[in-house]
Design a protein around this ligand. Structure first.
Ligand SMILES: Cc1cc2nc3c(=O)[nH]c(=O)nc-3n(C[C@H](O)[C@H](O)[C@H](O)COP(=O)(O)O)c2cc1C
Length: 362
């Protein structure tokens, strides 16, 4: 089973940080969906956090770092290019509940790379190594020690797949786990994931320290993809981001597949609506109505995706257009709950959907 230094994970499945999506409410939903043995998601991660923001106590950073006792184990991800500030940010994260601290070496966004953070660190390996050393020295000793990990892309560009040389250096500098997203920074999210490239990083890390886990990441959207990622790359675990946005039960499914060979049935329409309700209620509980409405509007398309396929409690796909629209245009939390319940009672209740489905039937 996967271990990150002193931290034992219950499964080899990790929820990827996805800025703007993986808040406490979402992590809670993903954690709650488990297989019969109570297992599913092994480790969840916050979105990338600015150490300066945490140290100054800005509301945005503190909100992003929000966690609680159920949200364990939790990885807090920091970004930046200044070793001393990263070390101070890591101390803050350790003192505010982090089980693991990750250093972002993959974000391709200009705002982050301009200040030598994210994937820019792939181009300045000495700085990347210094940051890991400083963060490890800051948080990896003493009774409240937390392990430090790094999340990399394969390189900045195809011509320089530096992760295979950088990752072993980071391990020697004290990183206890390496995650590799199998794309370059220049690719952003285009093209498909380069599994042979991930394998090279796995082999390079194992040559330095066979006990350091390497996590494969990218384009895992089905439980079977977890098996193929492990088979093709030799990685120890798999991180899933976008695949979980419409199927937060993917960790349960992938765990069950790995341990029993069975993929559990897809949740029913009712259960999917319960998950949506739960996510929305948790956003109201942890944040406020304004936040919850903003986020449910952005998320309802992802959350309704599985509804448009045949499900265990409805043999034909149900229309989702009117339902999504009524959630998107909701003006209050009550409006959202009422849209969910109306849809639960009668998926054809939104008139445009009824007209469309009648036309299709004809
Ligand atoms: C909108 C968006 C935001 C992301 N934010 C982060 C982030 O904050 N930190 C990070 O390390 N990766 C971030 N990623 C990259 C993901 O963690 C992951 O590496 C990538 O999406 C590939 O995995 P997937 O195919 O399972 O989604 C983000 C990706 C997307 C699409």
């Amino acid at each position: 089973m996967l271990r990150i230094g002193p931290v034992q994970l219950r499964t080899n499945l990790l929820l990827a940080p996805i800025a703007g999506y993986c808040d406490l409410a979402w992590r809670t939903v993903c954690r709650e969906l488990t297989w019969e043995d109570g297992r599913g998601l092994g480790l969840a991660c916050t979105d990338l956090l600015s150490p300066q923001g945490l140290l100054r106590g800005t509301a945005t950073s503190l909100d992003l770092a929000q966690t609680n006792e159920f949200d364990r184990p939790i990885c807090m991800q920091l970004y930046g290019g200044d070793a001393a500030i990263m070390a101070d940010g890591a101390r803050w994260a350790r003192d505010h509940g982090a089980t693991v601290i990750d250093i972002n070496m993959g974000c391709p966004v200009d705002k982050v790379t301009k200040k030598d953070g994210g994937s820019k660190l792939l181009c300045i390996p000495d700085t990347a190594e210094r940051i890991v050393e400083a963060v490890v020295n800051a948080v990896s000793t003493g009774p409240s020690a937390v392990p430090v990990t790094c999340k990399l892309r394969l390189g900045w560009s195809n011509c320089e797949p530096v992760a295979r040389t950088l990752a072993p250096r980071l391990v020697r500098a004290g990183a206890r786990l390496i995650t590799v997203h199998g794309r370059t920074a220049e690719q952003k999210f285009q093209g498909s994931v380069d599994r042979p490239g991930i394998r090279e990083v796995v082999e390079a890390v194992k040559a330095v320290d066979p006990s350091t886990p390497v996590i494969g990441n990218g384009d895992v959207t089905e439980p079977q993809h977890v098996l193929t990622m492990i088979r093709d790359t030799g990685c120890d675990g798999v991180m899933i981001g976008r695949g979980a946005l419409s199927r937060p039960w993917i960790f349960r499914d992938a765990w069950s597949l790995q341990t029993t060979g069975i993929i559990p049935p897809t949740p029913s329409r009712d259960q999917i609506l319960d998950i949506t309700r739960r996510y929305f209620s948790l956003m109201l509980e942890y944040r406020d109505e304004h936040y919850a409405l903003h986020h449910i509007r952005r998320r309802i398309s992802w959350l309704s995706k599985p509804l448009s396929a045949p499900l265990p409690d409805s043999d034909r796909p149900t229309p989702v257009k009117g339902y999504k629209e009524s959630v998107r245009t909701a003006q209050s939390a009550d409006d959202v709950f009422s849209a969910i319940e109306r849809y639960r009672e009668d998926p054809w209740c939104f008139s445009a959907d009824r007209v469309t489905s009648l036309a299709e039937a004809e």
